[in-house]
Write a protein that binds this ligand. Structure first.
Ligand code: HH2
Length: 260
């Protein structure tokens, strides 16, 4: 899953693709590099980010969605607002990626009324405050129970289980220690039966490990993507598609012994 942030303030590429033409060109570039799925976001969720209203979010993402209508890969929209979801679905988005796991009033129903896939992500708190001393008794167990509860809520609203992916939400109300504990135990989430999506690309945990700023975190991001897939992730959300694909191709070749 290649990331296209149409935002002025995203943590890793803020402002680079705020101009829709730049965002569209970037999305096509990621598809050429081999992305199987594109994730378009019009509201930053980085720690401390200020919310934007639905009209502004739509102004950012709709031109990009429209320009990608004929793309050969599915397009996901990263949003928490039912109004934005509805407009995006009408413009051809085939996945709703919601960092609040469809908890906004009306979000479950909006997704249920269409055929889209949904990604349910775990977040403790809200972006403005979520990194203020996050605390868990048992981070893996608590994230697992939450995701199970959200999968059940989706099914109860009429979203078939096969349409749901789950995501532990690396960096969303979690310390570096929590993130690493989740990565080590990703298979416990994969056991729930839904595809596990992982977003670690360029995130601050990788900065804490390597001492590097976001723009220098590619090697660490590739290592994290490989580890995630080895631990059961089925989708990795990344900024650097070509490099990540190469690394995953090596992992796949080792796994399936096709080159012997
Ligand atoms: N991370 C970010 C945004 N959306 N969605 C899912 N499912 N999983 C994630 O880990 C995830 C996500 C944050 O990364 P980015 O889009 O690069 O930054 P920002 O939120 O500042 O736009």
């Amino acid at each position: 899953m290649g990331v296209v942030n149409v935002t002025p303030d995203s943590f890793s590429d803020g402002g680079r693709f705020l101009d829709p033409q730049q965002a569209i060109a970037h999305a096509w570039r990621l598809i050429e590099e081999g992305a199987d799925l594109i994730d378009i976001g019009g509201e930053s969720t980085r720690p401390g980010a200020q919310p934007v209203d639905a009209a502004e979010e739509l102004r950012r993402v709709l031109p990009v969605l429209r320009a990608l209508r004929d793309a050969a890969v599915p397009i996901a929209l990263d949003t928490i607002k039912p109004q934005v979801m509805q407009a995006a679905i009408a413009e051809g988005a085939s996945v709703i990626n919601d960092v609040t796991a469809l908890r906004s009033p009306g979000a479950l129903e909006t997704a249920a009324a269409s055929e889209v896939g949904v990604c349910m992500m775990h977040m403790r708190g809200e972006p403005r405050t979520m990194q203020a001393a996050p605390h868990y008794e048992n981070v893996v167990g608590e994230v697992r129970s939450f995701l199970l509860e959200r999968m059940d809520a989706a099914v109860a609203t009429g979203i078939a289980r096969e349409r749901v992916a789950i995501d532990p939400g690396f960096g969303f109300g979690k310390t570096a220690g929590h993130n690493l504990e989740l990565l080590r135990n990703l298979d416990r989430l994969a056991e729930l039966g839904a595809p596990v999506l992982v977003g670690l690309s360029r995130k601050s945990t990788l900065g804490a490990i390597t001492g590097r700023p976001a723009r220098e975190r590619l090697p660490a991001s590739i290592a994290a993507a490989l580890l995630a897939v080895q631990h059961g992730a089925r989708i990795v959300r990344v900024h650097d598609v070509a490099a990540t694909r190469d690394a995953l191709a090596v992992l796949a070749a080792v796994g399936n012994r096709t080159l012997e």
